[in-house]
Design a protein around this ligand. Structure first.
Ligand SMILES: Nc1nc2c(c(=O)[nH]1)N[C@H]1C(S)=C(S)[C@@H](COP(=O)(O)OP(=O)(O)OC[C@H]3O[C@@H](n4cnc5c(=O)[nH]c(N)nc54)[C@H](O)[C@@H]3O)O[C@H]1N2
Ligand SMILES: Nc1nc2c(c(=O)[nH]1)N[C@H]1C(S)=C(S)[C@@H](COP(=O)(O)OP(=O)(O)OC[C@H]3O[C@@H](n4cnc5c(=O)[nH]c(N)nc54)[C@H](O)[C@@H]3O)O[C@H]1N2
Ligand code: SF4
Ligand SMILES: [Mo]
Length: 740
């Protein structure tokens, strides 16, 4: 008998509700959940493909251990796998110290309960300074900018698209990506609704993306130069007397300093470097100021560039200067159900508490730039990295200069990977620990419930029973934490308990919690949940901003309440949160943090830089997900998508033909890719999507290997970073292109 189950889609930040038909232990149909409070039935091709993803025959079910001499892999029991991990980790740490064991955590951690609850304790147990993540090939500039302005890395305002009149989008392509650092299922539909109610949106992108094509206006900017455009907008707001921080004025510091910094960046001065007409820049500034409610939003194209942190900062400077920060229809701060209100001040943010060994790059938010991972392994020295733990990451395809990184990986003494696939990265691993698939684990969005276009709460229990002999990722990470702390893997039992005690202790000690001052031991007896993770979530919900405070008669949130609401609970529109949301020492929005002001020198110098003739940018594709969904047959139908897009003028100049092949060479590598000629790109810019190149030896990716594509990160340069955040530059890479 078929049954219906509901679950949040974990594949992207839109977090759509899925309606799954289950028949004899299989997902037989996927539809958008029409009653879901936020997604209201929306579904994209990736969500629909979950059926094939969950039942992918290449997915690993049991741990694999590699024999270093023969290269053979064998399936082992979980006990044996953890015994190997424990022995070999102890060996590395015993011989070379704790920093010899590095950690890389990838993007799917942002979508799992395991990532939300168990990574921080694992970091603490590992005590390594060599922590890396996909954040430094992605959004680290936004974290740094927001931390300096608002006091905390996760205090990121998001566009209140449902109530705005004018939206400026830079370097984002939600028609393909479905949105990022901004949880709004069917964002294209929401932008069309904005147009339908008489509003407008404008896109800044070197490429006529699908989003740009749908926009009211498209500014085709030179890659890497958004910070100039944004500064010219700031300049114009001041020059024309349009700057007004509105309702938050008494909580903002540094307005005059920003005005001073903007002085050289006149629309005329930035016109050459951005390739944009001065009048259009002025027009844009005036439109932002004139709209009753407007919002600026920047994503990948503003982060993965050489001035990523400055651009990310200026996005919110403009939101503030146009009176749209923390204001309905502007950029607002969501309040997640597991979150508590803040006190309005805090210690602020500091970086550079340690530096990387080789390049001396500063630590940011507890991690080092992943662009420095290879050199930390392959540069001789007693304190180099000897072992790596990867969790839900594929750095061999996702991070710059892949060739160097893969060579470095092969030289390590130990690699342990928590990953369901034998892929480009895990083929180097000594031990692979595959987590149970998404249908067998519960779901709760620790990250994206705090980035939603409305405040909502939703929890999904597992939709299928566990496969015997498999392990949930929470348990895998708990056992790794025990091992990292020098305890036996079986100590995970006590460890789960310690986590719960920690969460209860924190709740009763926090004046902003509804259980402030209560007795933690009494509360513990009232916690509900079928697993350690559920008990933690129940604790966080009940002691959170909307919690029932452990009052069984209370009307607030609890796990039980969410279990009875499979389509989610709407907690209302975003509300103004300044000053409560701030965690800066001053208790104010720091519009002009000194760290950012200091970096503006670099931008000023760049005004007179000569740019490379041809530069490479990336692009996302609706039916891809970074490097890891190319093994799902339905997502691979149709013509090959991993093409080098080239403008007809460039194709003519370079002698390239549509369907022919081009050789693309950067400072660090060369690839040969099929050419697709179209006039979507700005001349002088070529585009290759990332996450391809599935032609390596020793993998188990039957479908992906048949249509491998080429790896664009063979071309990206590990030496090119945004210095403030350490984020890699992945867009605007100087290349030469020739017929192959
Ligand atoms: N050139 C270029 N490079 C880029 C980008 C770009 O725009 N251009 N984008 C960057 C961005 S934004 C990101 S986020 C990074 C992503 O970088 P990564 O996170 O390193 O790479 P992904 O391709 O997302 O790989 C995810 C890995 O997690 C595994 N996985 C999937 N689900 C689970 C799970 O539930 N548990 C576990 N343990 N593993 C799982 C997959 O098998 C895969 O190995 O790539 C970056 N790289
Ligand atoms: N289908 C699908 N969805 C995804 C992903 C995926 O791989 N596939 N990945 C997910 C992840 S991890 C993330 S982080 C998000 C990213 O979400 P988005 O940021 O919306 O994703 P992109 O499509 O990479 O959009 C970046 C845009 O920036 C443009 N661009 C490049 N350089 C510049 C520049 O210098 N300036 C400006 N203004 N624009 C520039 C590119 O042409 C591109 O259109 O998407 C998520 N969603
Ligand atoms: S938009 Fe994202 S969350 Fe929604 S179905 Fe597609 S992949 Fe899943
Ligand atoms: Mo990302």
């Amino acid at each position: 008998m078929a049954s219906t189950a509901y679950r949040t889609c974990p594949l992207c930040e839109a977090t759509c509700g899925l309606e799954l038909t289950i028949d004899e232990g299989h997902i037989t149909r996927v539809r958008g959940d029409r009653e879901h409070v936020l997604s209201k039935g929306f579904l994209c091709p990736k969500g629909a493909a979950i059926k094939q993803l969950v039942h992918d025959p290449d997915r690993l079910q049991r741990p694999l251990v590699r024999d270093r001499r023969t290269g053979d892999r064998r399936e082992v029991s979980w006990d044996e796998a953890f015994a190997v991990v424990s022995d070999r980790m102890a060996d590395v740490i015993g011989h070379h110290g704790r920093d010899a064991l590095a950690l890389y955590v990838g993007n799917p951690n942002a979508h799992t309960i395991a990532g939300g609850l168990y990574l921080v304790p694992l970091y603490r147990a590992l005590r390594t300074r060599n922590r890396f993540s996909a954040s430094t090939v992605d959004q680290m500039p936004k974290h740094v900018a927001c931390a300096l302005m608002f006091g905390h890395v996760l205090t990121i305002p998001i566009p209140d698209v449902g109530r705005t009149d004018f939206m400026l989008i830079l370097g984002a392509d939600p028609w393909e990506s479905n949105g990022s650092l901004f949880t709004a299922p069917d964002l294209p539909g929401r932008l069309q609704a904005l147009q339908a109610r008489g509003g407008r949106f404008v896109v800044v992108d070197p490429r006529r993306s699908r989003t740009a094509a749908a926009a009211d206006d498209h500014l085709q900017i030179r890659p890497g130069t958004d910070a100039y455009l944004l500064f010219a907008i700031v300049h114009t707001l001041f020059a024309q007397g349009l700057a007004d921080t509105g309702a938050i004025s008494s909580h903002v510091r540094g307005v005059d300093e920003v005005a001073g910094l903007a002085t050289p960046f006149t629309p005329d001065a930035v016109s050459a470097v951005t390739g944009l007409d001065r009048d259009r820049i002025i027009e844009l500034a005036r439109a932002l100021a004139a709209a009753e409610r407007a919002v600026v939003y920047g994503r990948i194209g503003t982060c993965t560039v050489e001035f990523g942190t400055i651009a990310s900062w200026l996005v919110d400077v403009i939101n503030a200067l146009t009176g749209n920060l923390d204001s309905p229809g502007g950029a607002m701060f969501p309040l997640a159900p597991h979150e508590r209100r803040h006190t309005g001040t805090g210690r602020g943010f500091s970086m550079g508490r340690w530096t990387s060994r080789v390049r001396g790059l500063p630590e940011v938010a507890g991690e080092l730039p992943v662009a420095a991972l290879a050199e930390e392994i392959d540069t001789p020295g007693d304190d180099r990295i000897r072992a790596l733990l990867t969790i839900a990451g594929n750095p061999a395809r996702s991070t710059p200069n892949s060739h160097r990184l893969e060579r470095a990986l092969e030289s390590l003494e130990l690699i342990v990977s928590v990953d369901p696939y034998l892929n480009e990265t895990t083929r180097h691993a000594d031990v692979i620990l595959p987590p149970a698939d998404l249908a067998r684990v519960p779901h709760y969005d620790f990250n994206f419930l705090g980035m939603g276009v409305r405040n909502i709460a939703v929890y999904s229990p597992p939709v299928l029973p566990p496969v015997p002999g498999t392990l949930d990722e929470c348990e895998i990470l708990a056992r790794l934490t025990a091992v990292a702390a020098g305890r036996p893997a079986a100590a995970s039992v006590e460890f789960h308990d310690e986590l719960l005690s920690g969460a209860l202790d924190q709740a009763v000690a926090d004046p902003m919690s509804p259980v402030f001052g209560a007795d933690a031991e009494t509360l513990r007896t009232q916690v509900t949940g079928a697993s350690p993770a559920e008990r933690l979530i129940d604790t966080l919900l009940r002691s959170g901003a909307y919690g029932d405070g452990f009052d069984p008669d209370g009307c607030g949130l609890s796990l039980e309440r969410l279990l009875s609401a499979p389509h989610g609970i709407d907690l209302g529109p975003l509300l103004p949160r300044i000053p409560e949301v701030l965690a800066t020492p001053s208790g104010c929005v720091e519009l002009c943090p000194p760290e950012l002001a200091a970096d503006v020198d670099r931008l000023r110098v760049g005004l007179f830089d000569r740019r490379a003739a041809t530069v490479l940018i990336g692009r996302r594709q609706l039916r891809s997900n970074n490097s890891w969904l190319h093994n799902v047959p339905v997502l691979m139908k149709g013509k090959a998508r991993c093409t080098l897009q080239v403008h007809p003028n460039d194709a003519g100049r370079l002698g390239l033909t549509d369907g022919g092949h081009a050789q693309v060479t950067s400072r660090v590598g060369t690839v040969i890719a099929p050419v697709e000629i179209n006039d979507d790109l700005l001349p002088g810019v070529v585009s290759l999507p990332h996450g391809w190149g599935h032609d390596a030896e020793g993998m188990r990716l039957g479908v992906a290997s048949a249509q491998p594509g080429v790896n664009s990160n063979v071309l990206t340069d590990e030496l090119a970073i945004d210095p403030l955040s350490g984020n890699a530059v992945l867009n605007g890479i100087p290349v030469t292109v020739a017929p192959a």
